[in-house]
Design a protein around this ligand. Structure first.
Ligand code: GTP
Ligand code: MG
Length: 198
C-alpha cells in the first residue's frame, strides 16, 4: 500500500474528545518505550510525525493521524512504566478501557512487545484482556536490530509458549525494526487487507 499523505489530527485525553469514528482505525499499544511512536513514523515514512523519546512515558494522550485521507493510525500512551503513581496508572486504565471497549471504528490493535525482554506479565495481561474482549490483535516484536537471529527466535518462541498456555490460536506475529525497516511492508499489508475486507 502506498502512503500518499499522513497528517496529525488531534491529541485526546479521553474517548469523547477523539475525532468522530467515521474512518477505519488502527491502534498501537504496548509498554512505554517499546517503540509505538517510532513504528508509526516508519509506516508513514515521516520521522517527525509522532513524537518519540529515549525516555519512557513520552506519549500521554490518544493521538490520531489521518492517512491517505481515509483511515486513522492511533498512537497511545504505554503501560508498565515503573515510576508512575497509582493515580496516573488508574487514569491510564480508565482511558484505555473506554477506548478499546467503545471505539466502534477500531479495526485492529497492534500490540508491541520488546523482543529483548523475557515475557512480561504486563504484556501478557494486556494481550489476554484484549483477547477476552474479542479484539482483533496483531503482535509485533520490536527493536529486532538489537538481537542476533538466534536470540530473536528464542525470544519469540518463549513468548509464544506463554500465550499458548492461555490461547488455542495465536495472533499474527510480526518482527519489526525502525533501523532496518523490517516489518513495514507486512504491517501495511495487514492494514490494506483489513481495509479491503471492510
Ligand atoms: P511511550 O510514548 O513512552 O509509551 O514510548 P513509545 O513506545 O512510543 O516509544 P518511542 O517510539 O518513543 O521509542 C522509544 C525509544 O526506542 C526511542 O529512543 C527510539 O529511538 C527507540 N526505538 C524505537 N524503535 C526502535 C527499533 O526498532 N530499534 C532500535 N534500536 N530502537 C528503537
Ligand atoms: Mg510514544
Amino acid at each position: 500500500m502506498k502512503i500518499l499523505s499522513a497528517t496529525f489530527v488531534k491529541s485526546s485525553s479521553k474517548l469523547s474528545q477523539c475525532p468522530p469514528p467515521d474512518k477505519p482505525e488502527f491502534a498501537f499499544i504496548g509498554r512505554s518505550n517499546v517503540g509505538k511512536s517510532s513504528l508509526i513514523n516508519l509506516l508513514v515514512g515521516n520521522r517527525n510525525l509522532a513524537k518519540i523519546s529515549s525516555k519512557p512515558g513520552k506519549t500521554q494522550t490518544i493521538n490520531h493521524f489521518e492517512v491517505n485521507g481515509k483511515w486513522y493510525l492511533v498512537d497511545l500512551p504505554g503501560y508498565g512504566f515503573a515510576t508512575v503513581s497509582q493515580a496516573t496508572r488508574a487514569d491510564w486504565s480508565k482511558m484505555m478501557e473506554n477506548y478499546f471497549l467503545k471505539r466502534e471504528n477500531l479495526y485492529c490493535v497492534f500490540v508491541l512487545v520488546d523482543c529483548r525482554l523475557e515475557p512480561q506479565a504486563s504484556d501478557l495481561d494486556f494481550i489476554n484482556w484484549l483477547g477476552n474482549n474479542n479484539m482483533p490483535i496483531t503482535l509485533i516484536f520490536t527493536k529486532t536490530d538489537k538481537l542476533k537471529n538466534n536470540q530473536l527466535a528464542q525470544s519469540v518462541s518463549r513468548f509464544k509458549k506463554k500465550l499458548k498456555e492461555v490461547w488455542d490460536e495465536l495472533p499474527i506475529i510480526i518482527q519489526s525494526s525502525t533501523k532496518t525497516k523490517k516489518g513495514k511492508i507486512e504491517i501495511l499489508e495487514i492494514i490494506d487487507e483489513a481495509l479491503r475486507n471492510k
